[in-house]
Design a protein around this ligand. Structure first.
Ligand code: PGA
Length: 646
């Protein structure tokens, strides 16, 4: 459940960051203006010169886009999710301040593509902040699309792609134009409707001749032929490298009787300086500076109207060259006079081909590669008895005693002492643990050599502490000097009604107190006869320990104990036991991966004795035993421990 929620949060964040970064990156100048607006609202307008604000605009939008893509692919999960959380932790209070004081009416978080009110933006950020907290809290729950070894391809490609888009949009014009003056806009119609009182973003559009102050907006828009508008919000900041081309275009317009105006918000002094410097003969008109910045993201930029509709836009880096051979032709006959054929769906397709498609192919190739590598490894391990043996050897082997409710204190101490001496004299070839009733623990811990014999309890409470008369907590067990605890034994499940939920709590508390858990599972006789043993053990694991993280699961020892074999003298045959042990290992592999499964110790329990232990322990998936009756006599128990020496 948590995994699903974290991945939903991750997708919401990733998509928002990608969209928001992208729409800003396609319009670096627009983002720069927004940054300056923000700084001015905070009275820090003079802090950043224009070039620095532009740099910040490109970096910010690229960072946002890249973080979104990295989150989508779960690249550097921990770092990415923390950076996103940091960003949201800064942006959320900032947008609350914007919503409360309203210094800027649109926050600009999606550029001009989606305009939100300040309160909508704040609410959006609260949702994103919650998602960011979830993702940063459980970053490892995000599943990967690309393996770690191939992540560098996604990282480099994404950074290059978004910087490329930003540079391209800066050099030419925004790849996608979301503003009210985009190509295809019927300016005449829109402006007229605005004048009739409709709430449209053209209220500030006016064109006023500088020589006689006449407002010619209507006249320009009513022109049924072509009209060139050279747009320069501020002539003193305009790029002057293409002056010849501008003058040539003016001459061409003049010859064909097309109107040509330079629209600016500059002062008369600056207009005169421009005239002197460039020899401009075209007329100048005053227009609102902000409107001009909105009309075209280039200073200067050229806009071509036909019949009151925007049909072309060029940045100063990309001005049209009519050329001598075409100079006599009217615009109708030239490409420059026609609306460009690349429309939005085509641009989206191009983008798709350049970004989404290569990355999708990469994901497919990567997954196929990983899958075939996994298959090859699996085959190598399972077809190669040597590797299989190696793995087996590496797993910890354990023989654990379960005294159950036997032995008074004196007898218990005597048994533990005897075992201690015996194993000190003849060192075991495996890990040895004795799990005793609570009352023995503290006394036995005093003398037991825990390098040779581990000490454990047979149970612990599912509560941390408090008014639970008769219970013993995991912390109390730990405080005696014990290191292990048996949980989920079938006798406790059956007689004391321990449910998977209770056991889940016990496991968590035991691990919290650094106790190693020997977790028992196993089916009843009826279940075995109905052929349901696999189903039962799977459900028992899923109910109590499969919710653990990989790190915590690695600390668990599993004990498979068929209930029909416990204390009955009926042992499962070595083949029966091996079959189900192999199955248990396979579901661990499914859940946590082959490496964890290969390292998990799985013990067999149920009428295990010195006589049958060697055959059981010889099986590749049986890593030792959990011994009840035969652990109550030192010699019997030693006999089983010695099975690992054969
Ligand atoms: P048993 O008990 O060896 O006496 O069958 C095993 C156990 O319950 O752990």
């Amino acid at each position: 459940m948590r995994k699903i929620l974290v991945n939903i949060a991750r997708m919401v964040l990733a998509i928002t960051f990608i969209l928001s970064g992208f729409v800003k990156a396609v319009d670096p100048l627009g983002t720069q203006y927004k940054i300056s607006d923000y700084l001015e609202a905070m009275n820090m307008g003079s802090l950043l010169p224009d070039w620095a604000a532009l740099g910040a605009s490109v970096l910010l939008s690229a960072a946002e886009f890249c973080l979104g893509v990295f989150l989508l692919f779960a690249i550097q999960r921990r770092l990415t999710s923390r950076l996103i959380l940091l960003m949201m932790a800064v942006m959320t209070p900032l947008t609350l301040w914007l919503a409360l004081t309203n210094p800027i009416s649109d926050c600009g978080c999606f550029g001009d593509a989606v305009v939100l009110t300040n309160w909508q933006t704040f609410l959006k950020n609260v949702v994103l902040l919650v998602c960011a907290v979830a993702v940063a809290r459980w970053p490892k729950k995000m599943f990967r699309f690309v393996s770690e070894s191939n992540q560098w391809i996604v990282i480099n490609y994404t950074v290059l792609f978004i910087l490329g888009i930003a540079m391209w949009s800066l050099y030419y014009l925004p790849t996608f134009d979301f503003r009210p003056y985009h190509i295809g806009t019927d300016l005449r119609g829109q402006w007229q409707r605005t004048m009739e009182g409709e709430d449209l973003p053209y209220a500030d559009l006016f064109i006023e001749r500088t020589d006689d102050g006449e407002d010619i907006t209507e006249q320009v828009l009513a022109d049924t032929s072509y009209v060139f508008l050279l747009v320069s919000p501020y002539l003193e900041q305009a790029d002057d490298s293409r002056l010849d081309l501008i003058n040539e275009l003016y001459e061409y317009a003049h010859e064909h009787s097309y109107q040509f105006y330079c629209l600016t918000a500059s002062t008369e002094k600056d207009i005169n300086r421009w005239r002197e410097m460039t020899g401009a003969e075209y007329p100048f008109c005053l227009t609102d500076g902000i409107v001009l910045k909105t009309v075209i993201r280039s200073n200067p930029g050229l806009v071509l109207l036909k019949d009151g509709t925007v049909i072309r836009k060029w940045s100063h880096n990309d001005l049209p060259e009519i050329g001598e051979e075409n100079a006599t032709k009217p615009l109708e006959e030239l490409d420059e006079g026609k609306m460009p054929t690349t429309r939005v769906p085509q641009k989206i397709l191009t983008l798709f081909l350049w970004f989404v498609l290569p990355l999708t192919l990469l994901v497919l190739a990567d997954r196929t590669w990983m899958w075939s590598r996994w298959l090859r490894r699996k085959n190598r391990i399972y077809n190669n008895p040597k590797i299989k043996k190696e793995k087996e050897k590496m797993r910890k082997k354990i023989v654990a005693g379960n005294w159950k409710m036997n032995m008074n204190l004196q007898d218990g101490i005597a048994l533990a002492k005897e075992l201690n001496e015996t194993l000190k004299a003849d060192k075991p070839n495996c890990g040895v643990v004795i799990c005793t009733p609570f009352i023995h623990l503290a006394s036995i811990a005093q003398f037991l050599d825990q390098d040779i014999i581990g000490l454990g309890a047979e149970n612990c409470a599912d509560k941390e502490k408090g008014a639970f008369t008769g219970e013993v907590s995991a912390e109390m067990v730990k405080s005696t000097g014990a290191q292990y605890v048996i949980l989920g034994h079938s006798e406790r499940r059956e007689y004391y009604k321990e449910t998977p939920e209770i056991l889940k709590e016990k496991v968590l508390l035991a691990q919290k107190n650094d106790l190693k858990v020997i977790f028992c599972i196993g089916e009843s006789l009826e279940e075995r006869e109905a052929g349901k043993q696999n189903e039962v053990v799977k459900a028992e694991l899923e109910g109590s320990v499969f919710n653990l993280s990989e790190e915590d699961f690695r600390k668990i020892v599993i004990a498979y104990e068929p209930i029909w074999a416990i204390g009955t003298g009926k042992t499962a045959t070595a083949e029966q036991a091996e079959e189900i042990h192999a199955y248990i290992r396979s579901i661990i592999a499914e859940k946590y991966g082959q490496a964890v499964a290969d390292d998990t110790t799985i013990l067999y329990g149920g009428s295990c004795k010195a006589s049958n232990a060697p055959e059981l322990f010889a099986k590749p998936d049986i890593d030792g035993g959990l011994i009840g009756g035969a652990s109550l006599k030192a010699a019997d128990f030693k006999g089983i421990i010695d099975a690992w020496k054969k």
